[in-house]
Design a protein around this ligand. Structure first.
Ligand SMILES: [Mn+2]
Length: 349
């Protein structure tokens, strides 16, 4: 049988922005549901972070998620674990938005806030929701004793990429997951794979940092043990490199409607031509246009380069804490943990 895998849908992201929500649903309308129908997929795994906001829900977002996502999934059996964005408290998964919002309304939408083993044909998959202080031991015991060959979760694993080029320096050690044939995870939003661990990434762009990332979703076939990647080519974020050779008349501006654009200017002697380009973008209702002078779009400058700062910033903070609280190692430890948590939260995974 074929099983579709989703994760990190983050409905309601960017302050419940309608542009984002429409763009997310477009993936489901144009890519996800048609691809599932074509392949006869009747089962879906969701690896956490269904909703974006941890504490509240915007009812306009909720109404649309029901109508344009949940209602359409009703012909399928869905197994959803909770992610860090789905839980109200930091130290327990017990109060979580999927259960509160959708729990009893959708009988075939199963929500797990504790670990579970599921069997599809002859394939056993162990599913582990977000690991926090309260359920850490229980989760580890479960991982150590399950005889499932595939482990799926919302893992924060050391050595994997928080953002492209930035490795997470703390968290769970991947060694303890070595014995599984495959480890599948949500949480880190860039699609990447190393050893037996695969982070699927978000199915669509979430920030400008996704400009050069491959987006889409995956379908696992229990018979062949193979994973198919179904690409989503629709982009919310675009880079336009500008120099005076550009032929404005040849550009199809309709693709930029409702989209976020960064124009990277290399050379601009022909001010008229440049103005025409910018005017055309606004005429075609680009959602946002940002002009960057003397720049080339690279994976480094498409977004403020938080990542290069990442390790350095934490090292800096840590050594400051060490200096100031050198007499109180307990306090040092507590502060470092609190800062790290805040820092990671700023990435909004
Ligand atoms: Mn996430």
């Amino acid at each position: 049988m074929k099983i579709a895998i989703l994760c990190d849908t983050h409905f309601g992201a960017r302050n419940d922005g309608q542009v984002f929500l429409d763009y997310y649903f477009k993936f489901f309308d144009d890519v996800f549901f048609p691809a599932c129908e074509e392949r006869g997929v009747k089962t879906v795994l969701h690896l956490g972070d269904l909703m974006d906001r941890r504490k509240f829900v915007n009812f306009n977002t909720l109404a649309q998620v029901r109508e344009r996502f949940m209602d359409r999934l009703q012909s399928m059996e869905v197994h959803c674990i909770v992610g860090n964005h789905d839980t109200y408290f930091k130290n327990t998964n017990e109060v979580n938005s999927p259960k509160e919002l959708f729990g009893s309304r959708y009988p075939d939408f199963h929500i797990y806030d504790t670990p579970v083993e599921l069997t599809f044909d002859n394939t056993k998959i162990a599913m582990v929701p977000w690991i926090n202080k309260g359920n850490e031991q229980e989760s580890i015991d479960f991982i150590n004793q399950t005889d499932a060959t595939i482990l799926a979760g919302h893992f924060e694993l050391e050595g994997y990429q928080v953002m492209r080029g930035v490795k997470h320096t703390d968290g769970m050690k991947p060694d303890m997951l070595q014995r599984f044939d495959k480890v599948w995870s949500g949480h880190f939003h860039q699609k990447h794979e190393e050893n037996n661990v695969c982070y699927f990434g978000t199915a669509y762009q979430m920030t400008f940092a996704d400009l050069f990332e491959k987006k889409g979703f995956h379908i696992y076939d229990t018979e062949t043990d193979e994973i198919e990647f179904v690409p989503n080519h629709d982009k919310l974020f675009h880079a336009i490199p500008y120099n005076d050779d550009i032929n404005v008349a040849m550009i199809d501006f309709r693709q930029y409607q409702g989209r976020y654009i960064k124009v990277f200017v290399h050379e601009k002697k022909d001010a008229k031509k440049f103005d025409r380009l910018i005017e055309k973008l606004y005429e075609n209702n680009a959602e946002s246009v940002t002009i960057l002078e003397n720049e080339t779009p690279t994976s480094e400058n498409v977004e403020v380069d938080k990542d290069a700062l990442a390790t350095d910033t934490m090292t800096l903070i840590s050594s400051y804490i060490d200096d100031v609280f050198s007499e109180d190692p307990e306090e040092c430890k507590r502060l470092k943990e609190a800062f790290k948590e805040l820092f990671l939260e700023s990435f909004d995974l």
